[in-house]
Ligand binder design. Structure first.
Ligand code: ADP
Ligand code: ZN
Length: 736
């Protein structure tokens, strides 16, 4: 940090407001000793008071500044280097700095009156006074505490049901004394952890570890690496050794995983390993309560934590002395925040690694093509793990032509036979139903009409169990009609593959099988996903049906069959990345098969058996797929050969939105041809939550001209009328 705050007279503050600037405020003498970079403060803004975060010190100018009114928290929430990182991230994504910092920090720290409670605990220990109290129970209690050294009140209460009065009595008698300490909530404290066995690395793992260790042992510098390891190649083990190497150098490590709630196994493995090594670990993710997240964050900011594991937002964790950032499953879409501050945690990990002179290890079996291309260009070190551990083969992948198996139900005959054999052998199966853009709906079998959401203009999803129709976006609901509104026909029937129907069909065809379902509906309750994973690992489930969720990093050794019910829906999404997504999703889900002693088999049902992406999946040929796909991208200047920025205008009034979009795009088109301005066009979801939506897509081969063009946005914003909102998405992932 810069020199002592006592001499500081003014500070640069990022206020929580839609302003693209940092503001300067005077530091009143009374607060001089309290303010630090990273402090959350209350400041006046116009006629309001808002939260701001101190980003830097400032020189008081000629014009008098408004004063900081209050320092809200006792400790700063981050340090100067983090402030620089947050501001750079905000600039990159063209997002107001104060709002960006608010997003970076744990929830609940942006309102003026919100302060997550700090929990306290009382630590009891025996005094030096000898002798014993008279009561038997009091004696026992005292002996226990003497033996333990010191024990917390919360533990005494929960584990031994000790009444507070008994402790109080022992204090009064002079046998016990206590201190108050801050208590940190640990949401994973009760989670079972598996025992870690030290593994002998195979040569490819060893090479990757050696490479990273060498980098970490050298003077700090930015070194991005791609760990390209096929599914089951033992990437986790490489991460653990890399982290150990960073800690060895007295540096800290940050591990990003797609969604903590979906990766309890990975977190469990890390926990047990670090516990054995006496490493202080914090787990940060959005599923925590505000208090839990705040606790963990404070510990990190204080410097008490060596390793942080977290989902997307953990990329902002205020670790100092960072040596290593791991991004596991770097291809995962959840690294991109899809609203508000639309950052991509993988890309920010690279930015942060550069600023902090750290090693950044991106790991995946199916890296995004952008990352792969950079590795091929030599911008990232390429660390391949080409084989599965313990000489296990990758599973055999077969395509099932649905055209030849029409009318056999959701499970084609080949898949049904394979499933029967798997169950017969006492092994497990995973069945993937891609629900993205596909869900059960009601179709009139007389006139072909369907039911759509009156707000969002998308097909309503039908639930047999709840007997309801429901909008996936705005949650509009209605009861299924008896007859068709268009032709009055009485045959409104469910169509499309819902996970519920598949479950029914399997129960019918395999009455003895234990079937479970994993999707957003069955895992919305806290812990329910974890329970399914545990049951699966304990082999209490024979067939697990699910959406993309089941493709994520699980390691179930007894799964020998993976079935993909409907590859076509994903292939047909109107998005330039659909082939890449299908390749990635299907390779990942295929990678769940045959991770144990017995080899695996994958069946993919499709009407498009000649699709190239599926052919490469079947051959486990990432390189081949990448070469072909990258050539196509290059022809159209799509990423990684070009860069995109998507502008979306939305509002209740269609004409206003249209006019604003036209004016904006005309304004942006003014300039040299180094930037292409596409549109405006209606978004794929032209109406969402009752708003009309238009998009303008900017494409440029180089980032610089694109940024220059975007600078024109500031004056152009004046022409956007009230009631129309502009959102800017730099490096968009989904363009719906
Ligand atoms: P990935 O993340 O690459 O898909 P994992 O890290 O989950 O793979 O490892 C797959 C399995 O291989 C795990 O059960 C892990 O314990 C095991 N494993 C990892 N390294 C080795 C090794 N060197 N020898 C034997 N088994 C290993
Ligand atoms: Zn809706």
């Amino acid at each position: 940090m810069t020199s002592s705050p006592e001499k500081k007279q003014a500070a640069e503050i990022a206020v929580v407001a839609p302003l693209d600037k940092i503001l300067s405020y005077a530091i009143p003498a009374a607060l001089a000793t309290q303010v630090q970079v990273g402090s959350r403060v209350r400041v006046p803004l116009g006629r309001r008071q808002v939260v701001g975060y101190i980003m830097n010190w400032a020189e008081p100018g000629d014009t008098p500044l408004k004063e900081i009114l209050e320092v809200i928290d006792p400790h700063p929430l981050f340090h100067a280097r983090h402030a620089d990182f947050y501001l750079r991230a905000a600039r990159y994504y063209l997002y107001p700095p104060g709002e960006a910092v608010r997003t970076a920090l744990p929830a609940g720290l942006s309102a003026l009156d919100s302060k997550p409670a700090v929990l306290h605990d009382r630590l009891y220990r025996a005094t030096t006074s000898a002798g014993d109290p008279r009561g038997v129970r009091q004696r026992e209690l005292l002996q226990f505490i003497r033996a333990a050294g010191q024990v917390g009140l919360s533990q005494l209460r929960q584990q031994f049901a000790v009444p507070y009065a008994a402790l109080q009595r022992l204090v009064e008698l002079g046998f016990l004394e206590f201190v108050e300490v801050e208590r940190c909530r640990d949401p994973f404290a009760e989670m079972a952890v598996d025992v870690h066995h030290a593994l002998e690395l195979n040569p490819a793992q060893q090479q990757a570890v050696n490479h990273v260790t060498r980098l970490l042992n050298a003077p700090p510098a930015f070194h991005p690496c791609l760990l390209h390891g096929v599914t089951g190649s033992g990437k986790t083990e490489v991460y653990l050794r890399a982290i150990a190497a960073a800690l060895e150098q007295g540096r800290k490590a940050l591990v990003l995983v797609p969604e903590i709630a979906l990766t309890p196994q990975l977190v469990g493995r890390f926990r047990s390993w670090f516990r054995d090594h006496g490493v202080h670990l914090a787990v940060l993710h959005s599923g925590l309560s505000d208090g839990e997240r705040y606790d963990a964050w404070r510990q990190v900011a204080k410097g008490d934590i060596d390793v942080v594991i977290g989902a997307r937002s953990a990329v902002f964790a205020p670790l100092a002395g960072l040596g290593l950032i791991v991004v596991d499953e770097e291809h995962d879409g959840s690294y991109k925040q899809s609203e508000g501050f639309r950052y991509n945690a993988r890309d920010l990990a690279l930015m942060r690694g550069q600023m902090d002179e750290a090693v950044v290890l991106l790991g995946s079996a199916t890296p995004v093509l952008t990352t792969y291309q950079r590795a091929m260009d030599g911008q990232l070190a390429y660390l391949p793990l080409p084989e599965r551990t313990a000489e296990r083969p990758l599973p055999g992948v077969e395509l099932v032509d649905l055209a030849q198996h029409d009318g056999e139900g959701l499970l084609s005959e080949p898949l049904q036979v394979a499933l029967g054999a798997t169950l017969q052998a006492g092994e497990q199966a995973l069945l993937l139903l891609n629900r993205r853009g596909y869900a059960p709906f009601l179709l009139c079998h007389d006139c072909g009409a369907t039911l759509r959401c009156p707000n969002c203009d998308i097909t309503l999803t039908y639930s047999q169990v709840q007997r309801s129709l429901r909008c996936h976006y705005c949650d509009f609901r209605q009861r299924p009609p008896e007859s068709c509104a268009r032709c009055s026909g009485a045959r409104m029937l469910p169509e499309g593959m819902g996970t519920e129907r598949l479950e029914e069909e399997i129960r019918h065809k395999f009455p003895g099988a234990r079937v479970a379902r994993m999707d957003r509906d069955t895992t919305s309750r806290k812990g329910s996903h974890h329970r399914l994973v545990t049951q699966m690992a304990a082999r209490e489930i024979d067939v697990l049906i699910g959406t993309q969720m089941i493709a994520k990093g699980h390691d179930f050794p007894a799964v020998t069959l993976v079935g993909v019910l409907n590859a076509d829906t994903a292939l047909n999404l109107p998005d330039f990345r659909s082939a890449e997504r299908v390749f990635s999703l299907l390779s990942q889900v295929a990678g769940r098969a045959g991770r144990g002693d017995r080899s695996g088999r994958v069946l993919i049902q499709t009407y498009a058996v000649d699709n190239y992406a599926l052919a490469f999946v079947a051959r486990h040929d990432y390189q081949g797929f990448a070469a072909l796909e990258l050539a196509q991208r290059q022809a159209l200047d799509y990423p990684p050969f070009g860069h995109l920025v998507n502008l979306v205008l939305s509002g209740n009034d269609e004409t206003k939105v249209c006019n604003a979009a036209n004016r904006l795009s005309a304004g942006l088109m003014a300039g040299p041809p180094d930037v292409e301005v596409l549109g405006p066009a209606p978004c794929l979801l032209a109406r969402l939550r009752n708003k009309h939506r238009m998009q303008i897509l900017l494409k440029g081969r180089q980032r610089e001209p694109l940024r220059r063009r975007l600078a024109q946005l500031t004056p152009l914003r004046m022409h956007i009328p009230a009631g129309v909102v502009l959102t800017v998405d730099v490096d968009p992932v989904d363009m719906f």
